[in-house]
Design a protein. Structure first.
Length: 284
């Protein structure tokens, strides 16, 4: 059985809240379309009723009918009331789509450029505030049960996102990111700096090595001008300067293990005996 750490439970919990947020936004999207269709039908019926009341004043009696709103709708009975009511529903639908895209995390470059508060670099507080505003805007009108339930759940999820934004602040979206979680599991190599620095430093080192190799070959072709350039910008090599550069780039340089060549005699070996030659005199 797989065991999760504290960050694993946080990852699962934040993604559950994100799933609930997407579901409530989809419900709000669907309920707004249903309400908009019902409002259009009610406005058409109200217009027919007003035309009929022109010849017979007893057809439209404000003591019987609610003259402040169109009967059976959320449209106010005022100049351009139907236009503003339909525009309100269209804005709610548009905001629901934008929030769903923000929760999915696509496209992240679009949100970073045009809506930074909904991008990956911000927390969940702004998202929760917008959800609460949408829920309150729907709950402030007399709507059907479907819209009422969808708006109530959206307001509750918005309050939960505000709470999570206060707890985790800007790290909330990075903690719940699925791609970031996978990269965190794959990142097992020891690095002294952050994860994003080595890629940039590796490209810089490769570019530096390429320039140095080109400058070292250039003197044989172009003469002393390129020779002076190669001398003024020498390569790091394999010495202490190269080691410092690698450590700044985030790599760990380990010293090789010391080894004794095979031809080196052992320090405890006894010296070989000396051979002495005696020469005898021929006149002995």
């Amino acid at each position: 059985m797989t065991k999760f750490s504290g960050s694993g439970y946080i990852f699962i919990g934040l993604n559950l809240v994100r799933g609930l947020s997407i579901v409530t936004l989809v419900l709000l999207f669907a309920s707004s379309i249903v309400t908009m269709v019902e409002d259009v039908k009610a406005v058409n019926a109200f217009i027919k009723l007003e035309q009929a009341s022109g010849s017979n004043s007893t057809v439209l009696d404000c003591s019987v009918y609610d003259c402040d709103y169109v009967e059976g709708s959320t449209v106010p009975n005022q100049p351009a009331g139907a236009f503003w009511a339909i525009l309100n529903r269209l804005l709610i639908i548009f905001q629901s789509i934008v929030l769903i895209m923000s929760e999915v995390g696509w496209p992240s470059a679009f949100f970073d450029r045009y809506f930074p508060v909904l991008g990956p670099n911000f927390g969940l507080g702004a998202l929760g505030v917008i959800q609460c505003l949408l829920g309150a805007a729907v709950l402030s009108h007399h709507v059907d049960e479907f819209s009422l339930v969808a708006a109530f759940f959206l307001f509750a999820v918005g309050c939960l996102n505000i709470l999570l934004g206060l707890i985790f602040r800007e790290s909330a979206k990075s903690r719940r990111s699925i791609t970031g979680w996978r990269e965190g599991e794959r990142d097992i190599l020891p690095r002294s700096n952050s994860r994003q620095a080595p890629a940039r430093d590796t490209a810089y080192l490769s570019r530096t090595l390429t320039m140095n190799s080109t400058e070292k070959v250039a003197p044989s072709e172009t003469g002393s001008t390129n020779m002076s350039r190669s001398i003024s910008r020498p390569g790091m090599g394999f010495g202490r300067q190269g080691q410092k550069k690698a450590e700044l780039a985030g790599y760990q340089v380990s010293a090789p293990e010391e080894s004794v060549p095979r031809y080196t005699p052992s320090p405890n070996a006894s010296p070989s005996p000396k051979i002495q030659f005696r020469t005898s005199s021929p006149l002995a």
